[in-house]
Design a protein around this ligand. Structure first.
Ligand SMILES: NC(=O)c1ccc[n+]([C@@H]2O[C@H](COP(=O)([O-])OP(=O)(O)OC[C@H]3O[C@@H](n4cnc5c(N)ncnc54)[C@H](OP(=O)(O)O)[C@@H]3O)[C@@H](O)[C@H]2O)c1
Length: 261
């Protein structure tokens, strides 16, 4: 299938590892020009150098826990480079895990800042260009918890729901400009984030790591963890012209695990 993505421009957030890096790698293979976003200059430079067509890509180094700073830093990047961005991948580190009882107000505020406000700020920079191009793809990496809340991820369950409703509202408003807005709901995907979640489960349940992993795999109908590429492939498809009539949806990429339709 020809995805026709060559020379489109994409901002990919959380792009130094895990799902974000996997998405950047797939888009780069399709000839997309990338603007990577994360907090660490060294890692960002290393990631760019590892991508296809590395000389065409650039990065913005910023911390999503400071949305005001994001606004300033992205604002000066746009003022200087005037990019027309066709694809925005909203993605960042997951909120702190733990039950909702006892979660602090700071944890909620920080997660809201990182996941809702930063997605909104970045969208506000790219939407004018997308409208002019009559081509826009806003893709948010969130969680299956928007369908079924996940035990032990209280703050995350709450904030992901907010992102999903923000996203649906954006899809309703932006559709007439041929801008689609969709959410990817990854299941257990083999990244550093997952490794640290398994370690926490192993400590709290006092069970060996291997047993935790085995139980998780058994709970997935496809009987394996997700690979980063399982997510990156569907993101790449949704970013393309081939997905031009798909908007306002949640797409689980979870091996069938989520217990709802
Ligand atoms: N992996 C899974 O099984 C799974 C399942 C469901 C949902 N998710 C969600 O999907 C998203 C990506 O997951 P992942 O496993 O790929 O995560 P990950 O491996 O922890 O990667 C997170 C990325 O976000 C960047 N980042 C983290 N905090 C940031 C901040 N404050 N400001 C700017 N960038 C920041 C990190 O880069 P720097 O550290 O260099 O800044 C990194 O590139 C997360 O929201 C996660 O909760 C993951």
């Amino acid at each position: 299938m020809n995805l026709d993505l060559k020379n489109k421009t994409a901002i990919v957030c959380g792009a130094t590892q895990g799902i974000g890096l996997g998405v950047a790698q797939e888009l780069a293979k399709e000839g997309v020009i990338l603007i990577l976003v994360a907090r660490n200059k060294k890692k960002l430079t290393h990631c760019i150098n590892s991508l296809e067509n590395s000389s065409k890509h650039s990065f913005i180094c910023v911390d999503f826990s400071k949305p005001k700073e994001l606004e300033v830093v992205v604002g000066s990047y746009f003022k200087k480079h005037k990019p027309t961005v066709h694809i925005l991948i909203n993605n960042t580190g997951g909120p702190k895990s733990g039950p909702i009882e006892g979660a602090t107000t700071d944890e909620f505020v920080n997660a809201f800042n990182m996941h809702v406000l930063c997605s909104h700020i970045l969208s506000s920079f790219v939407i004018p260009g997308m409208k002019k191009e009559r081509y826009g793809r806003i893709i948010n990496i969130i969680s299956t918890s928007v369908k079924v809340p996940i035990a032990g991820l209280g703050v995350s369950n709450t904030i992901r729901g907010a992102v999903a409703n923000w996203s649906k509202t954006m899809a309703n408003e932006l559709g007439e400009f041929q801008i689609t807005v969709n959410n990817i709901l990854p299941g257990y995907t083999n990244t550093n984030r997952l490794k640290s979640l398994f370690e926490k489960m192993s400590n709290s349940q006092k069970k060996p790591l291997a047993e935790i992993e085995k139980n998780i795999i058994n709970s997935v109908p496809l009987k394996r963890l997700g690979a980063i590429n399982d997510v990156a492939n569907i993101v790449t498809f949704l970013a393309s012209k081939k997905a031009s009539y798909i908007s306002g949806v949640n797409v689980p990429v979870d091996g069938g695990r989520t217990g709802s339709l």
